[in-house]
Ligand binder design. Sequence first.
Ligand SMILES: [Mg+2]
Length: 301
Amino acid sequence: MRILVAEDDVTSRHILTVMLTKWGFTPLVTEDGDAAWAALQQADAPKLVLLDRNMPGIDGLEICRRLRLTESSNPAYVILLTGQGEKEDIVGGLEAGANDYVTKPYHNAELQARIRVGQRMLELQTHLVEARDALAFQATHDALTGVLNRRAIMDRAKAELVRQQRDERVLSVGMCDIDHFKRINDTYGHQIGDEVLVGFARRLQEQLRAYDYVGRYGGEEFLVLTPLSCGGDDTDLYERLCARIARVPFTTTAGEIPLTVSIGVVASQVLCTVDGLIADADAALYHAKASGRNRVLYARP
Ligand SMILES: [Mg+2]
């Protein structure tokens, strides 16, 4: 584990470097506050920090304060190094945001023990952040296909519509429904049906641009959002999507399964709501189904 050391006293710095290395850490050593602060700005900055209270440049307290102001959900663990009899400094340091302090001259075993506490705290923090991120992902993504779930794609649609209307642009919404999906489930079973859904979602994603969104709206229904700069080039996108689904069969453990999709597309107007757009896309999709499937139909404004 890497540890950032900021210490202006050469003897103290040397002792720290030797001890930390002996204990299996990789010290990144700086000689003043400015260099320490610069090192802490790096994306891969060490999370464990040994900070001298008094240094030239930015002092230890100020670095603590700045760290706490800028920090994310995964903050650094800071141990302040103070001279003896600097009780006010210790209180000030903890209030400025330090996690712990060690007084000089160092009692080696104590220093090591306190560093280990910091290491444990950071490990715990990392696990919590990972768990939180995993939960956030689960809350917004469809468990089977990995695309946005219904609530998340609707939230995105609302946000994108506001953004596009503000910029006087067009948001186009495509409701994509796999044709005769029930037949696949009935013929091959639900497991193969799931494989088809996963493959279908992946193929949708492959066709979209970085700023488009796809979400699972319901069973075999997927919602695509394409924010456009001027309107018009979404026609190609949906036609291409539809053609590609029909052209290349889906590979499953039960063999290759041909598939087609029907798509209802609507472009946003100046005054419209997401619910209105969905209803219009649904109506266009209904007509696409009724007129023979495997096609794209556009809702008329
Ligand atoms: Mg000093």
